[in-house]
Design a protein around this ligand. Structure first.
Ligand code: ZN
Length: 374
């Protein structure tokens, strides 16, 4: 379709423009004070969800909060109504890059900025899921809570490293996520790391394998961000597939499962678009449940009309200055808080898709689940 193809291209270009501006601006901002959006946690969750306690995973380390999803419950229409479930609503998928005490580029975040943002989301009732779970429609979040996907691009050393005691190193993404999960036990410590050919800045294959296996054993997702982070929008189709396959082969060598998600470097869409979603190079095939962009709004629910698994929206983590006046996480998290009827609210029941009856016509994908209008 000509219209949607050109629209996709415009969105793709907009993504590049946003990112290029962000990267080249190199504006070191003064320390922002970002008070967390003022709202108390959802405390109106009825008793039926009290059974939804996370259980320790078989591989989970006892010294770290468990990344296991909560136990499912059965949501009747009455129950779904009580918790205001709306599983056709919007889901924020937050995009992070480097974590630096002193920011260099505007897309960098400080450890404190990430901590505040995650704590703010935990207080509001957001519960993380991975991009893989989102793309599969496997959204296991307690009733009345909201899914959020935390995504970290480029496999930077500040995302994951272990200290001398074998614990996640202070102020890395993983350490911050665990800190927040300890403080807010409902905040499930999972995230997605989209990596390139030197995962977490590690050069040795042994260290790379240890890192990615540690993460996947804890419930984190490690997936494909291409081998060398090129702009796929200007590469011939064959080279696009090559970039994806080379990273898939690395993941296999490092002992993690095939990627089910891909994040496009710079958010740049290749041509044709479908080569990002599935293809083959040199006899190796790949197929993703979803392909993720680099900006600039919350994603449509994977069950709703308008969801395009070939171009899933994300939100850059940032304050509300300059380019981020309207496109970044502070803006959107505040917006979602002011528009609770637009947000994805879970019914706690992965077997059912619940929504107010007036929104039922907006469903597009059932993924084997039962539709539960109220
Ligand atoms: Zn990237």
């Amino acid at each position: 379709m000509r219209i949607s193809a050109s629209l996709t291209r415009i969105i793709g270009i907009a993504n590049i423009v946003v990112l290029v501006i962000a990267i080249t601006a190199l504006v070191v901002l003064p320390t922002e004070s970002e008070p967390t959006a003022g709202r108390t946690p959802q405390n109106a969750v009825p008793k039926a969800s009290a059974a939804a306690k996370p259980s320790a995973g078989p591989e989970g380390r006892p010294d770290l909060p468990s990344g296991e999803p909560p136990q499912p419950i059965t949501a009747t229409p009455e129950f779904a109504k009580q918790v205001k479930a709306n599983e056709l609503g919007l889901v924020p998928i937050i995009m992070y890059h480097r974590i630096l005490k002193k920011r260099i580029a505007t897309i960098d975040r400080t450890p404190d900025q990430i901590r505040r943002e995650l704590e703010g989301m935990a207080k509001q009732g957001y519960v993380p899921i991975t991009a893989r779970e989102f793309a599969a429609g496997d959204i296991r979040v307690p009733a009345g809570k909201f899914p959020v996907v935390l995504t970290f691009d480029d496999g930077h050393a500040t995302h994951f490293a272990l200290d001398a005691q074998g614990r996640p190193k202070k102020d890395t993404a993983v350490a911050i996520i665990y800190d927040v999960a300890r403080k807010y036990p409902g905040f499930r410590p999972v995230a997605t790391f989209w990596i390139n050919h030197y995962p977490f800045g590690l050069q040795s294959p042994k260290e790379q394998a240890e890192a990615v296996q540690w993460l996947t054993a804890q419930g984190f997702e490690v997936a494909n961000h291409t081998w060398a982070h090129p702009n796929l929008g200007v590469l011939p189709k064959k080279r696009v597939s090559q970039q994806i396959v080379r990273l898939e082969r690395l993941l296999k060598k490092l002992g993690v499962p095939p990627s089910k998600t891909l994040a496009l470097p710079f958010g740049a869409m290749p041509h044709p678009k479908k080569v990002a979603g599935s293809g083959a190079w040199d006899g190796t095939k790949y197929s993703f449940d979803a392909v993720f962009l680099a900006g600039a709004e919350p994603s449509v629910s994977p069950f709703a009309k308008g969801y395009d698994r070939g171009a899933v929206q994300r939100i850059q983590s940032n304050g509300k200055k300059g380019e981020c006046r309207k496109w970044c996480s502070k803006y959107w998290l505040e917006w979602l808080d002011k528009h609770p009827g637009k947000r994805y609210v879970s019914d706690g029941d992965p077997q059912r898709i619940s929504m107010p009856r007036k929104l039922q016509g907006n469903i597009a994908f059932k993924r084997g689940a039962q539709v539960n209008p109220y």
